[in-house]
Design a binder for this molecule. Structure first.
Ligand code: BV8
Ligand code: ZN
Length: 264
């Protein structure tokens, strides 16, 4: 890890947080792209590269971009899928998987479309913005199975015509929620319900800009939960959370588990 993370000395975890976690029955964690960044998966903030260098991620992740240039957008999602397939969960993902076994009711909500939480051992992950592994038909909405293995792509990616649906012939689209599209109903309800009832809410690796996901932190604050942000950078949540921990989730979350449940 040449990016100076090795030399980062983390301050001891806030005693209020350790106490609250040990006493808690219901804990909710919301994650964003930052938790996968130490696995080599670029965040939405990171400059796009390759074929998509000149595009803003939030521009490409829209129905209008897909209508305008399906091969460019499908190619982008195949490039992201290949990046995720080649990546491994990091210590942050693993710490959250461990936390699930240490708290009576643990809910992991993610904005990420990768499967690194699941590959780290987390189950019942609430995906608010869909999953790269679940493309479906724009016409009959039937699910589509990607060819097994990592798609063969040149380093900078390439344009790829989206496949067609075997059942109705319509175009297949990525299984993600695009800007301007509403979130999947049941996952959103599950996220809201868990957040409104939790005692501790951890917001990890997210810029907390995209709505309605970012509003979950406010629901937790309104519910009187102890709210925590883990992020090496400042976000709009700094002023409203109980504890703001400045550091990478790949280091902070394992430390949090170690110090809260020593010997676990
Ligand atoms: C909707 C899937 C309406 C696709 C995504 C209210 C006010 C203003 C705007 C809106 C509003 N309500 C709705 C909107 C519009 C819009 C929105 O929020 N726009 C933003 C830009 C202002 N929201 C929508 O369009 C939503 N839909 O509202 O529908 C509607 C309602 C009814 C009926 C019909 C329609 C849909 C939003 C979902 C879009 N899809 N993803 C794909 O992935 O391709 S959003 C996508 O971007 C991600 O899923 C994620 O949510 C977001 C990126 O945010 P982060 O994950 O936080 O990542 P980011 O790169 O920004 O930041 C990384 C952070 O990590 C940084 O803070 C960094 O410091 C930190 N970090 C870096 N390294 C580390 C780290 N942290 C820890 N450790 C490290 N090592
Ligand atoms: Zn179809």
């Amino acid at each position: 890890m040449g990016n100076g993370l090795r030399t980062l000395v983390l301050p001891a975890v806030d005693a209020r947080l350790i106490e609250a976690l040990r006493a808690a029955t219901r804990v909710v964690v919301l994650t964003g792209a930052g938790v996968s960044s130490e696995s080599g998966v670029p965040t939405f903030r990171d400059r796009q590269s390759g074929l998509w260098e000149t595009f803003d991620a939030a521009e490409l992740a829209t129905p209008s971009a897909y209508a305008r240039d399906p091969a460019l957008v499908w190619g982008w999602y195949e490039w992201r899928r290949a990046t995720v397939l080649a990546a491994q969960p990091n210590a942050g993902h693993r710490a959250l998987a461990a936390m699930a076994g240490l708290v009576p009711q643990f809910t992991l909500i993610t904005q990420n479309v990768d499967d690194l939480h699941e590959r780290a051992g987390s189950s019942c992950v609430v995906h608010l913005h869909g999953e790269l592994s679940r493309p479906y038909c724009e016409g009959c909405r039937q699910g589509y199975a990607h060819a097994p293995g990592v798609p063969e792509l040149p380093p900078g990616g390439k344009r790829i015509e989206p496949p067609r649906c075997a059942a109705c012939g319509a175009r297949i689209r990525p299984g993600v929620v695009w800007f301007g599209e509403s979130l999947p109903h049941l996952p959103w309800l599950a996220a809201l319900e868990a957040t409104r009832a939790c005692e501790v809410f951890l917001c990890c690796g997210t810029s907390a800009v995209v709505q309605p996901a970012a509003s979950l932190a406010n629901f937790a604050i309104d519910a009187g939960a102890l709210t925590v942000q883990v992020n090496p950078n400042q976000t709009d949540l700094d002023a409203s959370v109980t504890v703001a921990i400045r550091g990478p989730t790949g280091m902070v979350l394992p430390q949090l588990v170690r110090e809260t449940w020593p010997g676990a």
